[in-house]
Write a protein that binds this ligand. Structure first.
Ligand SMILES: [Zn+2]
Ligand SMILES: [Zn+2]
Length: 373
């Protein structure tokens, strides 16, 4: 009898232990699940910055994430407003540290109203003009409802953002009746990687950016105004010298974006091209040195409108492109025998560096720095 009782007691203990283990295992699973989900959506490793060029059809919307910080630069048009909000949620966004409205045209601003309603927004940066549209009133209302004020920072103002930073490039001046040229443009930086976003800024604002003295050179340029010929001047390309261009426009859009002139310029300068109308949403991760893209560039240089003949002859384009190549600006240190792509490549003192053309540097017998070239 005693033995039987013992066995039963042991069995009970074993059963209890198994139950306890199961409870623990379930609790463990319960705890692990959200962590796994968070890891899946997560955002960035230490030192990383992720930039998402959302496919919002004819419009613009860019999400940037770095070390728990979130920025949204424009939010696309009405049709894609819900997509933008759900895309951000899927990518672990609950608060937005910087919500930047380049300008108040519907194809850039509408989705931002959705974001103001859906997320905890900390800062709103926008352009210092008033639009007559009802939509603008809705935007103002949504900003107020969140207890926020629109900030209109001056050119040159720099903000810390996660591991990196961003600097305001435009607008230098506000056009009374303008909209596109009033776009807030920024340079987003993470270590040696940088991105330039100009909203719908056109030649006039691009010229002001070129004259600002700010280093515009970047790895990735989003050509202004969806690749329209009113933006992406030769001078601006010469200053930005991007390796990649990401064009945000809608398939078969009624404006014929991107324009043949813009695409000819990009092609002649061997700038690799991504397009949201051909490739959908595109994501790039910067580790501070290298860029890791979600897809290969499409390098499709065809204009949005096939009947677009362009305004420049092939020889004109080639001439300008070669001017751009030789007119490329480089940095030269006070001492040393190298020239550099940036004045902060790490192999020189940025305070004593001076800028000159590559041609001039080569004429002095200087050689390209191995680290930045
Ligand atoms: Zn616009
Ligand atoms: Zn636009």
């Amino acid at each position: 009898m005693k033995q039987i009782w013992k066995q039963t007691w042991r069995q009970r203990l074993a059963a209890a232990l198994i139950q306890l283990l199961m409870v623990l295992a379930m609790a463990g699973v319960g705890i692990r699940m959200p962590v796994q989900a968070a890891e899946k959506n997560a955002v960035t490793q230490s030192g990383e910055m992720k930039v998402h060029f959302l496919d919002v059809g004819q419009g613009l919307s860019i999400l940037a994430q770095s070390e728990g910080k979130t920025m949204i630069y424009d939010g696309g048009d009405r049709k894609t407003s819900r997509f933008v909000v759900s895309y951000l949620k899927e990518h672990g966004v609950s608060k937005i540290d910087y919500l930047i409205s380049s300008h108040y045209d519907a194809d850039h601003m509408t989705g931002l109203i959705g974001c103001l309603n859906a997320f905890d927004v900390k800062n709103v940066i926008s352009s210092n003009y008033v639009h007559t549209s009802k939509l603008y009133q809705s935007f103002v209302k949504a900003v107020k409802a969140d207890g926020l004020k629109m900030q209109h920072p001056a050119v040159g103002k720099t903000y810390k953002f996660g591991r990196g930073s961003f600097e305001i490039l435009a607008p230098k001046t506000i056009e009374a009746k303008g909209s596109n040229n009033n776009s807030v443009a920024i340079k987003l930086m993470n270590g040696e990687n940088s991105f330039v976003f100009t909203g719908d800024a056109e030649h006039e604002s691009e010229a002001a950016m070129c004259n600002s003295g700010i280093d515009l050179s970047c790895d990735v340029l989003v050509p202004g105004h969806h690749g329209s010929a009113t933006a992406t001047s030769w001078d601006f390309l010469q200053k930005t010298v991007p390796e990649y261009a990401v064009i945000s426009c809608g398939t078969n859009n009624k404006y014929g974006h991107p324009d043949k002139d813009t695409m000819d310029k990009l092609q002649s300068m061997d700038i690799q091209v991504y397009r949201t109308d051909k490739q959908g949403t595109i994501v790039v991760t910067s580790d501070g040195t290298n860029l890791n893209w979600s897809a290969e560039p499409c390098n499709d240089y065809t204009p949005g409108d096939d009947s677009d003949q362009g305004t420049q002859s092939t020889s004109e384009v080639q001439q300008e492109a070669s001017k751009t190549a030789t007119g490329e600006h480089v940095w030269v240190s006070a001492t040393g025998n190298k020239y550099h792509k940036t004045n902060h490549c790490g192999n020189m003192n940025p305070n004593t560096a001076k800028e000159e053309t590559r041609e001039e540097a080569e004429a002095q017998g200087l050689e390209p720095c191995k680290k930045c070239y």
